[in-house]
Design a protein around this ligand. Structure first.
Ligand code: G3P
Length: 456
């Protein structure tokens, strides 16, 4: 199956034109009342949901997302845009008044009025796994805050993203305010991210983000760069719940999620039972094309499949136990649980982004926490135990942006904060945090000729 849809690649000259138009459009947009911006976003959200079927079809064809998940991605995106409109009205409609006499040596003769103002042009670069949802998670906050937006969609998923942007245009957003530049990251990536017209970059993807952050210059950055999310399982956990979450967390969308469970760290005493339960569930997963709503579908590119295979073969050579036979046809890889993985295997540390999951047996909680914290990544993690006190202590000890107690890692609901530590990213996302990140604070200070105390 060829998952690549060809889109025109923009030239540098075309990128310049888009940037110029975005700059002009932003000036007028920043003068558009907040309620009006929110109204347009609500309209775009409704149109997006009306177009869920054709957009989902693009996702199925372009990125092999299972049909049901593809529809959910579009609906979730509409909800995200509506929530963003409401949240923006709440948080951007408020500013601060500070008075000077709280700082030593001052009388109350200065009033500082501060409010949040737009940054200018936001460059949004979402990844292939959520070309629509991770795009709107950047577009919505940028627009409600009064910015214009230039979207560089992923190569796989570009058609779905273009269709989504069209919904914003149908809603009546002014010309030039939201634009799409298509093309290969390797060809226009640097030109875009180092463009002098860009005032903020929101990027989700792999370690390209680290390179972007080194080149980007003095603009605010929001980056989510993947994870090696650990699932720590204690002896007292509900083992059925554990097995269900390992399968859902590790194998939904064939493991191609930043927040997928990417390593299971399980107490030896319960490992056999959980491995058996997980294997029973894996045997029931439907493997095949996305149109049939299969659970496991082809991974996005041949090079991804080759990379996954490299990790699997390295583990095999070093003695991991394969709970299923390793099977691959083209980009389609059958779900595989690797037991008895040890720290000298690449799969213990690297992110496969595929339907293969390592299990490391541990003899103490400390061992699990140590493995989790030795990773370069720190996106999310999870811990399964019935002891909430232990769960909180483990969560505090784990160097991850979020720890889920008794559930698999996940970004949503989309208004929750979402952030990575270490190489997993910079800044925090989630609707409220993204709106705040895409603004700066502007103050005006009123200087009175003499101190004035209210009712004084
Ligand atoms: O970048 C985040 C994405 O890969 C995971 O999102 O919603 O599947 O947890 P989600």
């Amino acid at each position: 199956m060829n998952l690549v849809r060809i889109c025109d690649a923009c030239t540098q000259e075309e990128v310049n034109k888009v940037m110029d138009a975005a700059k002009v459009a932003q000036k007028a947009w920043a003068r558009t009342p907040l309620w009006k911006r929110a109204e347009l976003l609500h309209k775009a959200a409704a149109i997006l949901k009306e177009h869920k079927t054709p957009i989902a079809e693009c996702l199925v064809k372009e990125i092999a997302k299972p049909a049901k998940d593809a529809v959910s991605e579009v609906v979730r995106s509409g909800d995200l845009v509506s929530y963003t409109a409401e949240e923006g009205v709440r948080i951007l409609g408020e500013g601060k008044l500070l008075v000077s006499d709280s700082f030593p040596g001052n009388e109350r003769n200065k009033y500082c009025l501060s409010s949040k103002v737009p940054l200018g042009v936001v460059l949004a670069i979402p990844p292939f796994n959520y070309p629509v949802n991770l795009a709107v998670s950047k577009i919505g906050p940028a627009l409600i805050a009064g910015n214009s937006l230039v979207l560089k969609p992923p190569t796989q998923g570009a058609v779905a993203a273009l269709h989504m942007v069209h919904c914003f245009h149908l809603a009546g957003f002014p010309k030039g305010l939201i634009s799409c530049v298509t093309g290969k990251g390797s060809e226009i990536g640097d030109f875009l991210t180092m463009h002098p017209g860009v005032n903020c970059i929101s990027f989700t993807g792999g370690d390209t983000g680290i390179a972007i952050s080194k080149k980007a210059g003095m603009v605010p950055l929001q980056m989510e760069l993947g994870g090696k999310d650990a699932c720590i399982v204690l002896e007292d956990a509900d083992l059925d719940l554990v097995a269900a979450n390992i399968v859902k967390g590790g194998f939904s969308y064939s493991g191609q999620r930043c927040t997928a469970v990417k390593v299971v760290l399980i107490m030896e005493a319960v490992a056999d039972t959980v491995v058996e339960k997980v294997n029973a569930k894996l045997a029931k997963l439907k493997v095949g094309p996305p149109e049939d709503d299969s659970d496991i579908t082809p991974v996005v590119t041949e090079s991804s499949a080759n990379f996954i295979e490299g990790l699997v073969m390295d583990a095999k050579e070093k003695g991991a136990t394969f709970c299923q036979e390793y099977r691959r046809e083209g980009n389609l890889i059958w779900p595989l649980l690797l037991d008895h993985v040890r720290p000298d295997m690449r799969i213990a540390w690297e992110e496969p982004f595929g339907p293969v999951l390592p299990v490391i047996r541990i003899n103490s909680v400390e061992e699990g926490i140590h493995h989790c914290n030795a990773s370069n990544f720190g996106l999310q993690g999870c811990v399964f135990t019935r002891d909430i006190n232990k769960a909180i202590m483990i969560s505090d000890a784990m160097e991850s942006g979020t720890v889920q107690i008794n559930s698999a890692p996940a970004r949503g609901p989309d208004h929750f904060p979402f952030q990575g530590l270490k190489d997993s990213g910079i800044g925090s996302q989630g609707i409220t945090n993204s709106i705040n990140m895409m603004t700066k604070v502007k103050s005006t200070v009123i200087n009175l000729p003499s101190p004035s105390y209210t009712m004084g």
